[in-house]
Design a protein around this ligand. Structure first.
Ligand code: AP5
Length: 210
């Protein structure tokens, strides 16, 4: 089984959804920079205050802040822990920094068309506590507005509005798309078609991980 996995794919491609399933079923630790940053914003930490403006506009938070944050997280992992990096790296500079700390053995790229991404993101509802995600059509919570897993009230992320979603897709194409070639050259890239039923996608994801 692959031990150190990077999840790649545009905003809304299902990195969080599939990463969470892998974590629950196969015991990986999932490190999501987006979740960490949103928590920092909510708690009003120095990092959160610095990151908020970038996140609200759909821009990337500067590399130095993200790389420091992830170095600290990685240093707390027990040796041999299976890890999924969700939303990190997002630039070649971040990928180089990650590669200096840890040997990645799989870069799993979820491929989804832009028109579907916009629909997924603008109808997403997120849990502020356990970070579970739902969708108003494809993945409804059992009780409207309430997280199935922990019972917290769901919210719509500030960056899930039409305008910011378009900017995030632009930012992805410019900064993060080059990582597909980056990991392909290392011989560890696997692309999975990310459209269709979540469980069917998960079956393909598990196959790639084994
Ligand atoms: P982040 O939180 O990482 O956002 P993202 O990459 O834009 O990804 P998302 O969380 O939006 O989507 P996802 O792929 O996880 O999809 P999900 O599973 O939720 O980053 C947010 C911001 O933080 C960035 O813009 C940036 O400012 C900053 N940031 C974070 N990391 C950074 C870094 N490394 N460097 C610099 N800045 C950084 O699914 C989406 C929706 O679709 C859900 O509603 C879900 O239920 C639904 N869905 C999932 N699968 C399916 C399916 N198969 N069919 C139908 N619906 C589906």
């Amino acid at each position: 089984m692959k031990s150190k996995i990077v999840l790649l794919g545009p905003p809304g491609s299902g990195k969080g959804t599939q990463g969470e399933k892998l974590s629950e079923e196969m015991g990986y630790v999932r490190l999501s920079t987006g979740d960490m940053l949103r928590e920092a914003v909510r708690n009003g930490t120095e990092l959160g205050m610095k990151a908020k403006g970038y996140m609200d506009s759909g821009a990337l938070v500067p590399n130095d802040l993200i790389i420091d944050l992830m170095k600290e997280k990685i240093s707390t992992l027990e040796p041999g822990t299976g890890v999924i990096f969700d939303g990190f790296p997002r630039t070649v500079e971040q990928a180089d920094a990650l590669g200096e700390q840890i040997e990645i053995d799989l870069a799993l790229n979820l491929d989804v068309a832009d028109c579907e991404l916009v629909e997924r993101l603008t109808k997403r509802r997120s849990c502020p506590e356990c970070h579970c995600v739902f969708h108003l059509t494809h993945n409804k919570p059992r009780q409207e507005g309430v997280c199935d897993k922990c019972g917290s009230l769901l919210y719509q992320r500030d960056d899930d509005c039409d305008e910011t979603v378009c900017n995030r897709l632009e930012v992805y194409r410019k900064n993060t798309l080059p990582l597909i070639d980056y990991y392909e050259r290392k011989g560890i890239l696997v692309t999975v078609e990310g459209t269709g039923k979540m469980d069917e996608i998960f079956a393909k994801v598990k196959e790639a991980v084994r």
